[in-house]
Design a protein around this ligand. Structure first.
Ligand code: ATP
Ligand code: TZE
Ligand code: MG
Length: 278
């Protein structure tokens, strides 16, 4: 099954040391910077647009996260997307809180024109993005949006959106993660519910996707690889916790796993999922 999910050699994942420019939110910024360092990448969170002409020549990948929206942040994200396109730097857009106001959705639709490699969000966020009913609240997804029927409905709608933006892969995260890549649909099934109870888990997954893209992995391998790696870390962290699970202990083990699991040459053998051809 893993051969269908990953097209390249997972032993090369996380072996480069790419410089990742992240425009993100203050809530999870430090977790994201640490997570990138833990997987052998270099984070930079530089958001002054006056630096962009020089900076975008130096970086290897870009993560643009809408979590804390503002007039300034909107301009930073738009400019970063423009420079990423100009310099050919792989880009991930995280549509955090896209249902909060029409401003965020408008920006994501605008950014799609620059052909980012990946647009992600939780399942509720991506349902809102494509115009389906969504029960997400703030930046959090809702369980009902993750039920099988809702997920398949989302898969179809994202397939339609991809016809308009064929270069972009879409990732909706949740209990089951859904990826729409080159017209095909992938469902991933690793992870534990505790991942939904820590802030910034989706944000970190976005940054790890950017890191793998920046190391030259394909879009499919970067997306499947980042989600599955992170979720395997979650599974292993939970095994190390005593019941009842304290979320601070879980977080401690999760970030330890992030910094160590990739050094084992078999971490990918436990990836669970399926790919349906278009
Ligand atoms: N119930 C669950 N069971 C298994 N894995 C989960 C579950 N919920 C989330 N995950 C995993 O946790 C990670 C984050 O997904 P989630 O959908 O919670 O992101 P998010 O809402 O964008 O997070 P945040 O906004 O806090 O950054 C993904 O890798 C996802 O697969
Ligand atoms: C809680 C929160 N609010 C805006 S961004 C963020 C972190 C999760 O993305
Ligand atoms: Mg999110």
């Amino acid at each position: 099954m893993t051969t269908a999910l990953l097209t390249g050699t997972p032993s090369t994942f996380f072996k480069g040391s790419p410089l990742i420019q992240c425009i993100t939110n203050e809530i999870t910024c430090e977790s994201m910077a640490n997570a990138l360092l833990y997987v052998n990448s270099k984070p930079i969170m530089a958001d002054d647009i006056r630096e962009f002409p020089e900076l975008f020549k130096q970086i290897d990948g870009v993560l643009l996260n809408l979590g804390q929206f503002s007039v300034a942040r909107e301009e930073q994200i738009s400019q970063a997307s423009h420079y990423a396109k100009e310099h050919g730097k792989p880009t991930v857009i995280d549509s955090v809180g896209v249902s909060v106001s029409p401003l965020r959705r408008k920006l994501v639709i605008e950014l799609l024109k620059n052909e980012p490699e990946v647009v992600k969000g939780n399942t509720s966020e991506l349902r809102h993005l494509v115009g389906l009913a969504s029960l997400g609240r703030g930046v959090d997804g809702h369980e009902s949006d993750q039920e099988k029927e809702a997920l398949l409905e989302l898969g179809k709608a994202l397939g339609q959106l991809q016809k308009k933006y064929p270069k972009t892969t879409f990732l909706a995260t949740g209990k089951v993660d859904l990826i729409v890549v080159e017209g095909s649909l992938i469902l991933l099934e690793n992870g534990v519910p505790e991942l939904d109870q820590l802030t910034g888990t989706g944000d970190v997954v976005g940054a790890i996707i950017a890191s793998l893209l920046a190391q030259g992995e394909t879009i499919q391998d970067s997306t499947v690889g980042a989600v599955s790696y992170f979720n395997r870390c979650g599974e292993r962290a939970k095994e190390k916790c005593e019941e009842p699970i304290g979320l601070e202990s879980f977080k401690y083990h999760l970030y330890n796993e992030l910094s160590t699991l990739y050094q084992r040459n078999d971490w990918w053998t436990s990836i669970k999922g399926v790919r349906y051809e278009s």
